[in-house]
Design a binder for this molecule. Structure first.
Ligand code: FPP
Length: 243
C-alpha cells in the first residue's frame, strides 16, 4: 500500500462546536465563538510549525445568515475586532491572509478589515490562511460558471478550476470537521473531490495540537488512489517517471 505523504500540504477545517462549547458552560454562544478565534490562532501556528502550506477555514457560511440576528451581528462584530487584533501577530508569523466568499452584502467595516488584512499580509508565504467568510460551495460554483459566461469561455474542468474562489491554492489534501457531525455543509464542494476526510469529536475551542496531530496521523495512513488501483500505485512508486 502507498501511504499519503506524511504532512498534508493543504488542510481545510469546518470549525464546528463553538455554540455547544459555550452552552455546556452556561455561557452565551458568542463566548464560544471568541474561544473559537483563540483555537484558530493556535491551529494556524501548529500548522505552520508542522510544515503545512495552506490552511482553509469555514468562518461564516452563506447559510449562517439564518441564525438569530443577535448571533449574526455578534459574529460580524467579532470578526471585525478579531481581524484588527490578530493581523499584526499573523503578519509577524509570515501568514498570508486571503478571504474567500461573497463580499457584496458585508458591512463597510468588515470589508475594510478584510482589505487591510489582505494587503498587510500579501507579501507573506510561510502559511496561506484562507478564511471562508460568507462562503458556500454552491455559491462558488455558480460564481465560477458566471465568470466563464462573462469571459465567453467553455465550461471545461480546467476553466472552472481557474474561475473558482480558491484557484490560488491546490485542492485540500485533508478536510477536518470538528464537533462530532459528519457532513460537508456546503464547504469546498468542488475542491474536496479527492480530499481525505477526518471527523473529530472535539468541539472547535478544544481542538488543540494533539487533536491536529491525530488528524495528520490518520491522513498519513490513508492510501490516496485518485481513481487508480493499489497495484498501479505500487508500480508507479517503483518506476517513477523520468523528469
Ligand atoms: C460553528 O460552530 C462556528 C461558526 C459558525 C463560526 C466560526 C467562527 C470562528 C471560529 C471565528 C472566526 C474568526 C476569524 C477572525 C477568522 P457552531 O456555532 O455551529 O457550534 P454548534 O454546532 O455547537 O452550535
Amino acid at each position: 500500500m502507498t501511504f499519503a505523504s506524511v504532512v498534508p500540504h493543504h488542510i481545510a477545517i469546518v470549525m464546528d462546536g463553538n455554540g455547544r462549547w459555550a452552552s455546556k458552560r452556561f455561557l452565551p454562544r458568542l463566548v464560544g465563538h471568541k474561544k473559537g478565534v483563540d483555537s484558530l490562532r493556535r491551529c494556524a501556528k501548529a500548522c505552520e510549525s508542522r510544515g503545512v502550506g495552506v490552511l482553509t477555514v469555514f468562518a461564516f457560511s452563506s447559510e449562517n445568515w439564518n441564525r438569530p440576528a443577535e448571533e449574526v451581528s455578534g459574529l460580524m462584530n467579532l470578526f471585525a475586532v478579531a481581524l484588527g487584533r490578530e493581523v499584526p501577530e499573523l503578519n509577524a508569523d509570515g501568514v498570508r491572509l486571503c478571504f474567500v466568499g461573497e463580499r457584496a452584502n458585508l458591512s463597510k467595516k468588515v470589508i475594510e478589515g478584510i482589505e487591510q488584512a489582505e494587503s498587510a499580509t500579501a507579501g507573506n508565504s510561510r502559511l496561506i490562511l484562507n478564511v471562508c467568510f460568507n462562503y458556500g460551495g454552491r455559491w462558488d460554483i455558480v460564481q465560477a460558471v458566471a465568470k466563464l459566461a462573462d469571459l465567453g469561455q467553455p465550461a471545461t474542468e480546467q476553466n472552472l478550476n481557474n474561475a473558482m474562489a480558491l484557484a490560488h491554492v491546490p485542492d485540500p489534501d485533508l478536510v477536518i470537521r470538528t464537533g462530532g457531525e459528519q457532513r460537508i455543509s456546503n464547504f469546498l464542494l468542488w475542491q474536496s473531490a479527492y480530499s481525505e476526510f477526518f471527523f473529530s469529536d472535539h468541539l472547535w475551542p478544544d481542538f488543540d495540537e494533539t487533536a491536529l496531530d491525530q488528524a495528520i496521523t490518520a491522513f498519513s495512513q490513508r492510501e490516496r488512489r485518485f481513481g487508480k488501483t493499489s497495484d498501479q500505485l505500487v508500480a508507479q512508486a517503483n518506476n517513477p517517471p523520468l523528469v
